[in-house]
Design a binder for this molecule. Structure first.
Ligand code: SF4
Length: 373
């Protein structure tokens, strides 16, 4: 069984367990509230803390989870992961924060405005709609408007509303950093203006590290606006380096040429610094390993962190019955990318805010730690 002691073997075991949880999820041996089923990003899970402190945004919903060998159990007050009869690890569940039961001054339940991700990352989708949903060209893995339609959130998070949630989360001691994402707007800023407004409001209240995510805006001026308003890190997500896959899976997003991504990444590295810019890469969309490793190397070369995640099939999306890639494949890819990062002198553990710092959806930092000795 895994416990707190460190060492190379333990690190390798943690990496293996984290990847298995990300790719296969955990079945429930105990009744619990399973967290949000839908939403933007990798929804459909709860955050589990492994021995040593790694957190895992663990899928608990979906067809593929039924086949998972890992079972989440509770004995007395202790949580654990069973595999067969063997207790693989004692774990912790990040408790739901108290601010979920509070309301903003205009009467909106705070859990509809922002959620706690990972251990201490307050996250929200400031604009919960996306232009590609209107035009029938949405990304097939994405559930951004599902939570809106299910009345689990509100369409636009006003800067003041969000700031009130930040204050409540800070008071409770659960807000170490912030992730702000957005659906893509039809306007030239791609959502940057509202993001920048929200960042400005947060920073006027308190110096908390803030991460923003968006598509490359039409004009690089909007990236500068985000930096000027105080954003600390930025994610510009290409999703896949395989153009054939992108055309099939992201028929709307694919219209933004890859050159535009590179321009935005380069400019962002100038604004936010090396290793403070990232891109999600999703494995399991039909691409091969080479496209992921080659793309990751191109990113690392310009100072961008390739944040590799396995596909998360979200209920209600076109991909709900898909399976994430195999844990073996993911470990191979994580190790490949960790070595690339080491070669280019980028350390994901130094990210100031957002998904790379949180690490709930990717085992990149664990793979990096294992190889970086
Ligand atoms: S890695 Fe990003 S999307 Fe995943 S739990 Fe953390 S903040 Fe949320």
């Amino acid at each position: 069984m895994l416990h707190e002691q460190r060492g190379k073997d333990v690190e390798a075991e943690i990496l293996k367990l984290k990847v298995e949880l990300l790719c296969r999820g955990a079945r429930l041996g105990t009744k619990i509230d399973r967290g949000r089923k839908v939403g933007a990003g990798p929804a459909g899970g709860r955050c589990i803390i492994l021995p040593g402190g790694s957190c895992v945004n663990t899928p608990l919903w979906g067809d593929f989870v039924k086949e998972s060998k890992l079972v989440l159990i509770k004995r007395g007050d202790e949580w654990g992961l069973l595999k067969g009869d063997n207790l693989e690890a004692e774990v912790e569940l990040v408790p739901y924060p108290r601010f979920y039961s509070q309301k903003t001054s205009d009467g909106v339940p705070m859990w509809k405005v922002a959620l706690l991700h990972g251990k201490d990352c307050l996250a929200t989708t400031v604009y919960q709609k996306c232009v590609y949903w209107d035009t029938g060209k949405k990304c097939k893995f994405c559930g951004i408007e599902l939570s809106l339609n299910a009345d689990k959130t509100i369409a636009i998070k006003k800067p003041k509303q969000f700031c009130e949630v930040v204050e409540a989360a800070v008071e409770e001691g659960v807000c170490g950093h912030i992730t702000l994402t957005t659906g893509t707007t039809a306007s030239r800023d791609r959502g940057a203006k509202l993001l920048a407004e929200v960042v400005g409001e947060v920073k006027a209240y308190k110096e908390i590290p803030v991460h923003v995510q968006l598509e490359p805006p039409k004009n690089s001026r909007y990236l500068e606006l985000l930096a000027e308003n105080g954003a600390d890190t930025i994610g510009i997500h290409v999703e896949s380096f395989d153009q054939r896959v992108l055309k099939e899976v992201c028929p709307g997003k694919v219209k933004t040429e890859i050159e535009k991504y590179f321009e935005a990444w380069r400019h962002s590295v100038e604004l936010f610094g090396e290793g403070q810019v990232s891109s999600f890469i999703i494995a399991g969309l039909g691409e091969d390993d080479e496209s992921i490793l080659k793309g990751s190397e191109e990113l690392a070369r310009i100072g961008v962190i390739p944040y590799l995640v396995p596909l998360r099939p979200i209920i209600g999306t076109e991909f709900e019955n898909r399976w994430p890639p195999s844990p073996l494949r993911m470990i191979r890819l994580y190790e490949g990318i960790a070595n690339i990062l080491i070669r280019y002198g980028l350390d994901p553990r130094k990210s100031k805010a957002g998904c790379v710092r949180c690490g709930g959806c990717s085992a990149l930092s664990e793979a990096f730690a294992q190889h970086h000795h």
